[in-house]
Design a protein around this ligand. Structure first.
Ligand code: XBP
Ligand code: MG
Length: 251
């Protein structure tokens, strides 16, 4: 019995990584006088690690053996991350990043049908509320009964913890929820929490392993621009993810 939809944010609700988080990181690096610059392909590699602070540390370890870490490096990373969040939320407020095809339509339909909406993401809570306010609706954050985000669980995706936390807060079991993800780390987290998962891919995640997905799609689809189904079970299928479609896939 489907009662709630739980959404990942980055890459799933909107294509925030390449033209949102990435330039926001670079702006923070410039602000702090660092010569770090994350271009589009490098950022794709860095996405292997979820969480902005964790990603910066991974970059230094893996790509900058020349960089001499100062004493209090963790504090510097925390400061850089605050600056990055400031740049990112400003970018959203200034022009925003549009929601992906079908997202607003599905959220509206689900609300009208009385389904509960939730978020389970690695990103910082301010980033989620800014995206929902500027790209969904002024009261967009209020559409969601639960926003589970950022550091509230120590183990980030691919660990299932953030989904487990969201379901605890919803008071629902995995059988009553459906997850939406865009990445391999994301589906490992949602499947690890026992959730059926619909995947919408993006340029960074096209080649990821989505074993166990209910369906892998180009996007959620709109009436005049249907999704293309990419997984073997339904390859070639076209349509629009709505309640009837989700229920049919869930059987
Ligand atoms: C999102 C992330 C985040 C964002 C940056 O992953 O990996 O790290 O890139 O957010 P997911 P912060 O979509 O799987 O939740 O800088 O706020 O951590
Ligand atoms: Mg994602």
């Amino acid at each position: 019995m489907l009662k709630a939809l739980i959404f990942d944010v980055d890459g799933t609700l909107a294509d925030t990584e390449r033209d949102g988080h990435r330039p926001a990181f670079n702006a923070a690096f410039r602000e702090y006088g660092l010569d770090w610059d994350w271009d589009v392909p490098l950022y794709g590699e860095l996405l292997a690690v979820t969480g902005g602070k964790e990603r910066m540390k991974y970059y230094v370890e893996r790509f900058r053996p020349d960089y001499a870490k100062p004493a209090g490096f963790d504090d510097l990373v925390a400061e850089l991350h605050k600056a990055k969040t400031r740049h990112y939320t400003r970018m959203l407020a200034e022009g925003g990043i549009p929601l992906r095809p079908g997202v607003k339509r599905l959220l509206e339909e689900a609300r009208q049908a009385g389904l509960t909406l939730a978020v389970a993401t690695t990103t910082t809570p301010e980033n989620v509320t800014a995206l929902l306010r500027h790209s969904l609706a002024q009261d967009g954050a209020d559409w969601f009964a639960v926003i589970a985000a950022g550091d509230i669980v120590p183990a980030k995706k691919p660990a299932p913890d953030i989904y487990v936390r969201a379901m605890e807060q919803l008071g629902l079991s995995a059988a009553e929820c459906l997850a939406f993800e865009d990445s391999e780390n994301g589906i490992r987290a949602s499947r690890g929490a026992g959730l059926c998962t619909i995947v919408t891919v993006n340029d960074y995640t096209l080649d990821h392993d989505f074993t166990g997905a209910l369906a892998v799609l180009s996007d959620l689809g709109e009436p005049d621009a249907p999704f293309r189904r990419l997984d073997r079970a339904g390859e070639g299928e076209q349509g629009m993810v709505d309640l009837a479609c989700m229920r049919a896939w869930l059987g």
